[in-house]
Design a protein around this ligand. Structure first.
Ligand SMILES: NC(=O)c1ccc[n+]([C@@H]2O[C@H](COP(=O)([O-])OP(=O)(O)OC[C@H]3O[C@@H](n4cnc5c(N)ncnc54)[C@H](O)[C@@H]3O)[C@@H](O)[C@H]2O)c1
Length: 240
């Protein structure tokens, strides 16, 4: 069986980077699509030729098409739709159309367009799989002020069901729903480290999750889990 090639959006930091590390450790090659050129450069420096990168803003459909043409260099066999943003907090009676559009453009439209690009450019693989990065916010609505984020992550749960149905039997499609994971994204939710740690006390397992703990679940859904498709796996330390 040929080595998998995993395309990871938002793969230059946080959870996406941890998934890349696990994929590389098991002999896969990796494509990282991210808007952060410096972080992409750092990943290439650390990992060398097993990593290809493209600077892509998932909110820009033309940039996705340009990056798709480069996939012919090394066609991907697996996809992780990981890129996502939280957006600015907004009260329900003070919604800003621009900010709603910005979050949905990356989290939902970007995921749909990256998936389409992957499906056109991919090489068939006997273990082909897609993982969509949702969140526990997709079912609990998200932190106060972040209803748009929650709605965008709920959309990914519906998309996972649609993709799993339409892409079977050739490609398994599952979602991950992380809880509170210790990455940059959480720094904009919590005013201080102390506030974040206080929230952690309310998590049944008593602490935040790590990017690698989400990556471990992604690795299983991507490369094992042969009879699992259309499912959502929470990685939230018991928090729902
Ligand atoms: N950290 C958490 O607690 C948590 C919980 C649930 C779900 N998630 C989801 O996991 C995914 C990864 O989150 P993270 O915590 O690793 O975040 P992060 O901010 O640490 O990393 C996100 C990565 O995505 C990239 N990115 C952001 N917007 C992009 C765009 N428009 N185009 C291309 N790349 C873009 C960033 O440059 C960065 O490399 C997100 O979809 C997030 O919603 C995170």
């Amino acid at each position: 069986m040929s080595a998998p090639v995993v395309l990871i959006t938002g793969g230059a930091a946080g959870i996406g980077l941890a998934i890349a590390a696990r994929a590389l450790a098991r002999g896969a090659k990796v494509w990282l699509w991210d808007r952060d050129a410096d972080a992409l450069h750092a990943a290439r420096t650390v990992w060398g030729g097993d990593v290809r990168t493209a600077e892509v803003d998932l909110a820009d459909p033309d940039a996705i098409l340009r990056a798709e043409t480069r996939l012919a260099e090394l066609p991907p066999t697996h996809l992780v739709n990981n890129a996502g943003i939280l957006g600015q907090p907004m009260a329900l009676d003070a919604m800003q159309a621009d900010e709603i559009q910005r979050v949905l453009a990356i989290n939902v439209t970007g995921t749909l367009l990256a998936s389409a690009a992957f499906l056109r450019a991919r090489a068939a693989h006997p273990q082909a799989a897609i993982v969509n990065m949702s969140s526990i916010a997709g079912t609990n609505g998200g932190a106060p002020g972040h209803a748009v984020y929650g709605a965008s992550k709920a959309a990914l749960l519906a998309l996972t069901s649609a993709m799993a149905r339409d892409l079977a039997p050739g490609i398994r499609v599952n979602a991950l729903a992380p809880g509170i994971i210790d990455t940059e994204i959480q720094k904009s939710v919590f005013a201080s480290r102390a506030a974040l740690e206080a929230t952690a006390q309310g998590i049944p397992l008593g602490r935040l999750g790590t990017p690698d703990e989400v990556a471990e679940a992604a690795e299983w859904l991507l490369f094992a889990a042969a009879y699992v498709t259309g499912e959502t796996m929470r990685v939230g330390g018991g928090r729902k």
